[in-house]
Design a protein around this ligand. Sequence first.
Ligand code: ADE
Length: 237
Amino acid sequence: MIGFHIMTLFPDMVLNGLQTSIIGRGIERGYVEVEAVNIRDYAFNKHHKVDDYPYGGGAGMLMQAEPIYQCYQAILQRIREKGQDKPVRCIYLTPQGTVFRQEMARSLAKEEELILLCGHYEGVDERVLEEIVTDHISIGDYVLTGGELAAMVVVDAVARLVPGVLNNDASGETESFQENLLEYPQYSRPEVWHDKKVPEILLSGHHENVEKWRYEQSLIRTRERRPDLLVKNEQNN
Ligand code: ADE
């Protein structure tokens, strides 16, 4: 069981995305809990304003510290009331973070509760980040309009590693990125499609040879498409 608590200005976007498909089923079955908390609900001014101009000038608006801090405290208090007294990691989704990789997903999947902060506008007042954030994560070297899509990516990748979420007995780790290799090509019925035949070895029933072939295909595919992963492999071995 893992609980994700997402601080956002667009809770519907996050919930709509995560309540469908496999993660949605994980939620229904009680392996995953997702709450999206609207930061605006913690803006204690007349117009529920959460942004303001940056000191020193510059384009755009910043998210102010206090509504985020209050939102965070409310979530943390609910977690503590459940009897959870371990430190809780708080992830800020930002293009300035460490680039998200499978090993990071593995590490986060060991937690029981995670808090995620989605930024908007031109950023967030640095002071609240200093006080609450433990991990800065980017999902890649490009800039999104907000942290929501990034948070959904992280939640999806982490939740599928939680036992029970995937239907198959094998863990989510048997697929792409185990040992930093891409997955081998796969085939289903029919045996011939558009004049393309399923590789003979897969029909042979010879388990050992099939495994060997798949491993070779993984190597070939990784060398062609993601040679950088092979370099990482050598560094790790
Ligand atoms: N917010 C905006 N762009 C992002 C990115 N690439 N990763 C994480 N959060 C973001």
